[in-house]
Design a protein around this ligand. Structure first.
Ligand SMILES: [Zn+2]
Length: 384
């Protein structure tokens, strides 16, 4: 056993081993590359604790680290504390990490979701959502009626010039010097601001979709493949399509709506929403869909969204028929189809962020002595 083993609580090692196991599992399953060696000089510091995690107004107590001051409490934190007080939830662990100049603590929380609280969106239209490259999302019904066009911003692209300038400054400084750390802080702050703006946009969009419509149909894009393309890569990654899908999934569960993921080979763009004729080819720079069969002319993204809405309706009809006949059918690629497990209360995770200032630029792990100052906070719900 290493001589430094006793210096840290055993939970730190346990979590590290758990992370390593997860990394190797992902590798063996073909989801990820072989795990890389982590260096304290290069890898942003992060660790998990579970023995002591206590959330008080403006304070977070962690085992070994001690009590640290956190961001000004917001309504989400107050809500979580109320649930904890009443014994209706339990903090299982905390992941502490350094990102964008601040220390964050993500709390994993178990709690029961009472089914009575779920209010499914009233019988609104079934919609298809096309995450276009021009706008963030086009929401349309199967009849081609556009319910919403979410403009969205290309955050990465609009800020690219500044990102480049700041990165250049960092690389010109002497590594480890005061000015190097100052430049690095500026770059991290900038990147953090971009990430927060993008996250805000996404959360607004996914909440609007899942709380307004009873069924949302999205397409299953080969995100990785598109992202590799030199022309569309940046635009695709800027949209965070994977995160969009993830948020739709858990928010649909929360609001009682449904998300249907259309098959990867469903021709959402190439098919005509009017007569279902499928074009053999449709280059990406063609922004208007013109059908040769029924002479329909409409925006490319609206056409795709309408096709997806039609797909969603087909799923509903098929399911209704199947239930009439007493059969159960399974739709591939539909993670949110209510199965037998949908009726029992779910244990969900709650992620709360506590930001810590005053330690910006430090790349070593936090110790109990480090004083923490006030900061803002953001909250996220994740599934465990
Ligand atoms: Zn047509």
């Amino acid at each position: 056993m290493a001589p430094w083993y006793a210096q840290y609580p055993s939970e730190l090692y346990n979590f590290a081993f758990r992370d390593a196991v997860a990394a190797h599992r992902n590798f063996l399953a073909g989801r990820a590359r072989f795990p890389k060696f982590k260096s304290k000089h290069r890898t942003p510091p992060a660790f998990s604790v579970c023995y002591t995690v206590k959330l008080d107004p403006g304070e977070l107590t962690l085992s070994r680290v001690g009590t640290v001051r956190i961001s000004a409490p917001d309504s989400h934190q107050a809500d979580l504390r109320r649930k904890l007080r009443r014994g209706r939830s339990r903090i299982t662990s905390a992941r502490v990490y350094f990102r964008h100049n601040h220390w964050w603590a993500a709390l994993a929380v178990e709690y029961e979701v009472s089914s009575s609280k779920r209010r499914p969106p009233t019988n609104g239209p079934v919609v298809g959502v096309d995450a276009g490259l021009k706008s963030q999302a086009v929401v349309a019904g199967s009849d081609g009626v556009v319910h919403r066009i979410v403009a969205g911003e290309r955050h990465y692209r609009t800020n690219l010039a500044k990102t480049k300038r700041l990165s250049k400054t960092v690389s010109r400084r002497q590594r480890g010097s005061t000015s190097y750390h100052r430049a690095l802080r500026q770059l991290r702050a900038h990147q953090g601001a971009i990430a927060r703006r993008r996250a805000d946009d996404l959360h607004r969009l996914t909440k609007m979709l899942t709380s307004t419509y009873p069924l949302v149909c999205v397409e299953d894009l080969a995100v990785k493949a598109i992202a590799m393309s030199p022309r569309l890569g940046m635009a695709t990654m800027d949209q965070a399509l994977g995160e969009l899908r993830r948020q739709l999934g858990y928010k649909a569960e929360r609001f009682g709506s449904r998300v249907v993921v259309a098959d990867r080979f469903f021709p959402s763009s190439k098919a005509c929403a009017g007569c279902r004729a499928v074009k053999a080819k449709l280059p990406l720079d063609v922004r208007t869909y013109r059908c040769e069969h029924c002479a329909m002319v409409c925006d490319r993204d609206v056409n795709a969204a309408a096709n997806l809405a039609a797909y969603g309706e087909t799923v509903l009809v098929t399911e209704a028929l199947a239930s009439l006949m007493g059969h159960q059918i399974t739709w591939a690629g539909d993670p949110d189809r209510p199965g037998p497990s949908a009726t029992r209360p779910r244990v969900r995770g709650h992620k709360s962020h506590a930001r810590r200032e005053g330690s910006a630029g430090q790349s070593d792990c936090p110790t109990g002595e480090t004083a923490l100052a006030e900061a803002g906070s953001s909250q996220q719900l994740v599934r465990i």
